[in-house]
Write a protein that binds this ligand. Structure first.
Ligand code: ATP
Ligand code: MG
Length: 660
């Protein structure tokens, strides 16, 4: 056997060396190698096979030596393979795949042949691939962890009952917006928030004026501002929040604004409701207190003067004075009850406008009629001034009169003797076609109103001083009614006042200008009868209250009418049925009566088979509301008067109905 084994080009290229080891009892092992093998072993000069064996053993990586020896032992029995590290004297550590097999053709000793391949490059590539795979795995794990973290923090933030929002500055790129913040801004998603953030931020209002100043100063990292704001989402939809804003640098290095919002809308609504309830209950108790006084005053007068009249019965002049006082007290009671009803009605939201054509100049007559006596008593000077280009307008006459009367009666009440009251109505320029704008100014030189009280001026039952404190009687309802009526007419009211100097109320209301035709029609409808007698008119009066019945019968009899009384609706119906057609000229019907009320009785009468079904019926009731009047007309009645009976009004209604 030659010392060197021939190699071919191929084996050289794939860096495979061939070897043979021979082991014989009592001799050193011999290691034969081809040219490539020697090169792979790092042997550069001629050496003996025994030296080669020793050389190779020296170069096996010490950490792999144990594994290599095990492998060598196995080789004597079976074909086997190993990959181990070999320390090449020139190029350093290399990976070697070694495969060997026993050559059984040799009889003396043991001979093993095999290959030795340098697989360093393959291992390197494999290792690189493995490293890449690990890296990818690691990245994936990191990404999953980051995702888990993000979800966790998002859930955590979304669970918060306060809103959290972060966006970059400049750029307004939304970094985060939790569920509550989206809800507070009215966004469905973060994407929508991103699209509309600019507009949304412009709809945030800061009630405290210095907040914007502080927010603008938020330049440096870690600066923080606490403030209140209102996030507007639409006309009525707004969210009140307590907010904290801070500027931070986020991991990407950008500057961002982080804001947390605590939604306090419910709290504010509750606080308002509580305040209103407290104020309402305070106003009601002071009202009850005032009422018990105010009701007692006229009642005392009525009882007192009635007793005096009894005592002085027959002394005509003395009792005439008492009668006058009785009348005044009665009128005051009526006003009081009227005002309370009015306010109750207004507060229930049922008030509507009933507009007719009217000449605003008539207001002057109303004033004279109602105010003259009080003005004279207090020696006040009333200066009136009317500058009207379009006095004929469409308006709710009663409400206009009531507004003016309330303001003027206040001016009279709260101006001491010798003072002056200016009353002016003027027309202001107005751009609305067919309409005119009217300004009413009531100005006095009276006691004035304090700055603290002005915000409460239009509250129901509110007075600056009680009747007992000021000695001036009132219920604190007048201005409440005025304000509500002005609002109903889409007008405005302004007050200016100085304690001890006087007060000026300015009311501005638009009215539609009445056409000439409309005006004439309405005026004709209001014509009053010249004669206040009801000669030979036969009236059936249905009234269950005997006191009211007596008053009505006496007043009507005084006007020369014949009156027959029915104590309820049922009786009225049977009396009418029993009488011949045309016997009664008219029925005056109370509404609330036992057995059969006025509406039912009217319905039954309207169902009668002959001419009696057409008998005129006038409702006479203490229900003073517009809808009661409507209901009376709807149930088939022809007219309507309210109690207490004003005889002129009753007679004029009867005459109008009998004429038609
Ligand atoms: P009433 O229900 O009988 O009108 P009132 O006059 O007390 O009672 P308002 O007309 O609502 O009630 O006025 C409320 C309060 O405003 C008054 O009690 C008074 O303190 C103050 N006030 C109103 N007008 C004047 C005025 N011209 N000068 C001074 N104080 C006024
Ligand atoms: Mg008043």
């Amino acid at each position: 056997m030659s010392q060197k084994i021939n190699t071919n080009k191929f084996l050289k290229n794939v860096r495979i060396g061939l070897w043979r080891i021979e082991v014989e009892e009592g001799k050193l092992p011999r290691f034969y190698a081809d040219e490539v093998m020697d090169e792979l072993l790092g042997i550069t000069e001629e050496i003996t096979p025994e030296e080669r064996f020793a050389f190779h053993r020296r170069c096996v990586h010490p950490d792999d030596m144990e594994m290599f020896l095990e492998y060598s032992d196995k080789l004597t029995e079976t074909q086997t393979e190993i990959v181990y590290r070999y320390i090449h004297p020139i190029s350093g550590e290399m990976f070697v795949r070694c495969a060997g097999i026993r050559d059984n053709s040799v009889t003396s000793g043991i001979s093993i042949i095999g290959t030795h391949q340098d697989i360093s490059e393959t291992i390197r590539v494999e290792k690189e691939k493995e490293a890449e795979r690990r890296l990818a795995e690691l990245n994936n794990e990191l990404r999953q962890e980051a995702e888990r973290n993000e979800n966790y923090y998002r859930d955590l933030l979304d669970m918060q009952s306060c809103g959290v929002m972060a966006y970059t500055l400049p750029g307004h790129r939304v970094i985060h917006m939790n569920a509550k913040a989206l809800q507070m801004y009215g966004f469905k998603s973060v994407e929508e928030a991103q699209q509309r953030l600019g507009a949304a931020l412009r709809k945030v209002y800061y009630p405290q004026t210095d907040t914007i100043k502080h927010l603008k100063k938020l330049r440096n990292e870690d600066d923080m501002v606490d403030y209140e704001c209102v996030i507007g989402k639409g006309e009525s939809n707004e969210c009140h929040a307590l907010a904290k804003t801070k500027v931070v640098v986020i991991p990407s290095g950008e500057r961002a604004v982080i804001t947390t919002f605590l939604d306090v809308s419910d709290m504010i609504t509750l606080r308002k409701a509580l305040k209103q309830a407290e104020e309402g209950s305070r106003a009601k108790s002071s009202f009850l207190f005032a009422m018990s006084h105010d009701l007692r005053t006229p009642m005392n007068a009525i009882i007192g003067y009635t007793a005096l009249m009894e005592k002085h019965w027959g002394e005509k002049e003395v009792t005439a004075g008492y009668l006058q006082k009785l009348k005044e007290a009665g009128n005051f009671l009526m006003d009081l009850i009227g005002n309370i009803l009015e306010v109750a009605r207004i507060e229930s939201g049922k008030e509507t406008l009933t507009e007719t054509a009217w000449n605003l100049c008539n207001l002057e007559d109303t004033l004279d009629l109602l105010l003259d006596r009080d003005i004279y008593k207090k020696q006040l000077t009333l200066k009136k001034n009317m500058e009207l280009q379009h006095p004929k307008v469409y308006c709710d006459v009663l409400k206009i009169q009531e507004i003016t009367m309330n303001l003027l009666s206040n001016a009279v009440k709260y101006t001491p003797e010798g003072g002056t009251i200016h009353f002016t109505i003027r027309e202001l320029p107005y751009e609305r076609e067919g309409y005119a704008l009217f300004q009413t100014v009531v100005e006095d030189t009276g006691i004035g109103i304090s700055k603290e009280y002005i915000p409460h001026l239009f509250e129901a039952f509110s007075r600056e001083k009680s009747s007992s404190e000021s000695g001036i009687i009132g219920t604190g309802l007048g201005l409440r009614i005025v304000k509500k009526f002005v609002d109903l007419m889409e007008g405005s009211i302004v007050v200016e006042s100085e304690i001890g100097e006087g007060t000026r109320f300015t009311v501005t209301i638009p009215h539609r200008i009445a056409t000439a035709n409309e005006y004439i029609f309405e005026e004709n409808a209001k014509e009053l009868p010249e004669e206040i007698k009801l000669n030979n008119v036969r009236i059936l009066l249905a009234e269950d209250n005997m006191l009211n019945a007596e008053i009505a019968m006496t007043l009507l009899a005084d006007a020369n009418a014949y009156v027959e009384l029915a104590p309820d609706g049922e009786k009225a119906l049977s009396m009418l049925k029993r009488a011949t057609d045309g016997y009664y000229d008219l029925i005056i019907m109370d509404i609330q009566m036992p057995h059969m009320n006025g509406y039912e009785a009217t319905k039954n009468i309207r169902g009668l088979p002959d001419g009696r079904c057409r008998i005129p019926i006038i409702a006479m009731t203490a229900n003073a509301f517009e809808e009661d009047r409507k209901r009376a007309i709807e149930s088939g009645m022809n007219g309507y008067v309210t109690k207490p009976i004003k005889i002129e009004e009753l007679i004029s209604t009867i005459k109008k109905i009998l004429k038609s």
